[in-house]
Design a protein around this ligand. Sequence first.
Ligand code: MG
Ligand code: MG
Length: 253
Amino acid sequence: MINRKSRDDIKKMRLAGNIVALVHQEMKRVIEPGISTKELDDIAYRTIRQNKAIPTFLGYNGFPASICASVNEQVVHGFPHEDVILKEGDIISVDVGATFCGFVGDSAWTYPVGKISAEVERLLKYTQEGLWAGIAQMRDGNILDDISSAVGAVADREHLGIVRQYGGHGVGRQMHEDPFLFNYSVGDKTPIKKGMAIAIEPMFNLGCDDVEVGPDGWTVSTVDKKPSAHFEHTVIATEDEPIITTKLLEGNL
Ligand code: MG
Ligand code: MG
């Protein structure tokens, strides 16, 4: 069976995930109007290195940074840059990966910059709800489509667009492992087994579903230029509540 982690693997994945959570803790603290996305990348890099981990994204297929920093209509894979200065009312999706003890943690979060509009707040609220709805289905005995349907149902209910071309994925020693996970139902009957690790990552849009890759060959944006949100955790199935590796560790493993 593909993608089943041992107890020892799970411990290492929780350590890697904790470092990713530390980066997000820093992001939450420093994101405000006036900061550049390059500064965010520098902070993420330092946090990962201080914890003796490797920034998984840096150099991945040639990606030039430790985080993806995607602002407003940008969905994923935005390049951090010193000229991209966050301003009041923006949203920024920060996606980050850390490799530690040979295992990867992968997590994204969309942060408001100062005060944001009510409709964008709604986008963030329900994209995050989509993530939690998916996580709740991540348990031994379910099938992959249980996660996809639960995520997609939240977007449908709230009349939000769903990014179709990108989705979640298995994760472990590599950032991207099988299986691919859609954010809407496609009827995938792959069984979820204890020890399976998946990055669940809904990307919802305030407008329609369509996205396109920009001239840099990486940055994905909505075609209608309406904002997009992205929330992701690395999650391991058990027979009961799933383990979210990319949250701060509390107490002992
Ligand atoms: Mg990610
Ligand atoms: Mg991912």
